[in-house]
Write a protein that binds this ligand. Sequence first.
Ligand code: SF4
Length: 401
Amino acid sequence: MPYTEDRSTWFEGQGLWQHVPESDWRDWTWQLKNRITTLEQLEQLMTLTPDEKAGCLFASHKLSLAITPYFFNLIDRQDPDCPIRKQVIPRAGEQQIAAEEMLDSLGEDEHSPVPGLVHRYPDRVLFLVTDRCASYCRYCTRSRLVSNAQDYNFHPEYEQGLRYIESHPEVRDVLLSGGDPLLLSDKKLEHLISRLRAIPHVEFIRIGSRIPVFLPQRITPALCEILKKYGPIWMSIHVNHPKECTAELRDACERLSFAGVPLGNQSVLLRGINDDADVMKALVHRLLRMRVRPYYLYQMDLITGGAHFKADVRKGIEIIAALRGHTTGYAVPQYVIDAPGGGGKVPINPEYLEKITDDEVVFRNYEGKRFTYPLKSTPLPAAPETAPVEQTPATTAPSAR
Ligand code: SF4
């Protein structure tokens, strides 16, 4: 059945936590303290399927279980196929490892000159500043280190990382990620950002964060002030399904935007969650309404125990074809595969180009109609010779001829 939604409403409210004072609910530290982190807590709130129960029992060996009360409210507890539920409640499939899967599917560790810093591309670095997140996504690319369930012993070395960037003038772009950088205290975050901003060759600072989605309460005026003070700071958030676009997330995005933070969204294409053109169309439209530009749609990385999330690449191409030309250009993300082993992001596009020669390009538009764009200039045919016109004295009126 095609996905439909009520476009005029935005989910909001305290849901199962009506009994909690609003001041607590709006306090991000309360949300963190009251996360659901055990099978017992989950079972008090909902009936799990045997598949989920097995997944929860295994979670502490792979990626911890944690869900903020705010995000838990978005789960449809009656529907085992709920797209929110599948993202954060472990399932037994996490234990099944396929031959092509890898612990470090993007080859980050081998490009890490100091702990917590990845320098793979010439002009930019990835600065992993924490291994903690507000909630844990079951398909996380960095599940080897995030939450430290796999004894990875991740200890980012801020000072070493900052010195590395200071001593590498070719680094003009720093991406703060993790884990989730916005889980750091304001003080730590300000220290990091101010140090980066003081490095003359660092032109571009960005943050990758799912905090606005899991914990919009963290986007406080104080945090926004820091981001404004050291701006421009760009931010990529991570929304996968239109149900995540709540009034709280919309308001958090507005606060960030008003602090001068340009916002983009990175979605992961996930089987049974958002591998559907109607779902993605509803998502990208909501994102634009929240001042967020859809940026990337990722094919899922080949992480261990992730096969149950893997969508067909043809589905991803079909989704982009259903968006391009059929809706606002700003709403269309770039679909990419992050090349396994560390080859970087490669755009995967529907085929519009039919032929290109020295003379012309032949292509089809979003409706499948064929067009030609000439590459060579063809002179216009010479104008035919015309007989000289006999001059008439200017003073002779036409009526006198
Ligand atoms: S928020 Fe990001 S880093 Fe954290 S679990 Fe989800 S995908 Fe992984």
